[in-house]
Design a protein around this ligand. Structure first.
Ligand SMILES: [Zn+2]
Length: 239
């Protein structure tokens, strides 16, 4: 015999579908925010790299200036060397020149290292900027996808709400208030399937009489957990 779905089972299924659609609608801003945070983090990385480049250039420029100053100083010392009046003065000038030349050699190595590092940072910056373009494109695409999906999801929600209203005609007047309160607060969680002889929410074993009544289509709350019961679809057969 064909399986039949009770009105309560239909309501349970409709409330579950409505919740899925509502969850999708609610998750859209979170998805968008998460995507925007990734883009913003990349922008922070870019700004930090630009700042590093700026500082490194400044430091290399200062070192360059120092080298030029030292070179001028060495030239001056060298001209004094020829006019030295004593060996002692000569030696003192020689060691000063050596010290300045050594300082310049160190500075020049530093400048070279700084330029190598600058090249690496510039490559990194180019890479980050490319990544940012990709991320921004993905962000725009997601915003468009979410906007496109939103209209469809909202229409679905309205449709499910309409189906629910129709299906709710099975709810008897004497339990309508309690039913209404439960579905408003719990949505699909207001319902419980019955499989075999057990409520699938609280797993209490139902009395045989309750099962008979449920199968006959009576609408009842579980005495143990208060959920609105219905026979699970796979058990819902005439026998
Ligand atoms: Zn129960």
């Amino acid at each position: 015999m064909a399986a039949t779905r009770s009105g309560v089972s239909e309501l349970h299924s409709l409330y579950a579908k409505l919740r899925t659609v509502q969850n999708q609608l609610q998750s859209a801003p979170r998805q968008m925010k998460a995507r925007q945070q990734i883009t913003a983090a990349k922008q922070v990385e870019i700004d930090a790299t630009k700042e590093k480049i700026k500082k490194l250039k400044l430091s290399a420029d200062q070192s360059n200036l120092q080298v030029k100053t030292n070179e001028a100083k060495v030239l001056g010392l060298k001209s004094k060397l020829n006019q030295a009046v004593s060996n002692r003065e000569f030696d003192a000038l020689r060691s000063q020149i050596e010290a300045d030349e050594m300082a310049n050699s160190v500075l020049e190595d530093e400048i070279l290292a700084a330029f190598e590092k600058l090249d690496r940072l510039k490559e990194e910056l180019t890479q980050f900027e490319r990544e940012l373009v990709t991320l921004k494109a993905a962000e725009t695409k997601l915003a468009q996808e979410l906007a496109d999906a939103e209209a469809g999801l909202k229409a679905k929600a309205v449709e499910y709400e309409r189906f629910i209203k129709q299906a709710e005609s099975v709810i008897p007047g004497d339990i309508e208030l309690a039913y209404r309160r439960m579905v408003q607060a719990q949505g699909p969680d207001a319902f419980a399937e019955v499989e075999g002889n057990q409520c699938q929410n609280c797993f209490v074993t139902l009395p045989p009489q309750t099962l008979v009544e449920l199968k006959a289509g009576k609408i009842m709350f579980c005495k143990s957990c208060s959920k609105l019961m219905h026979i699970a679809a796979r058990d819902d057969r005439d026998d």
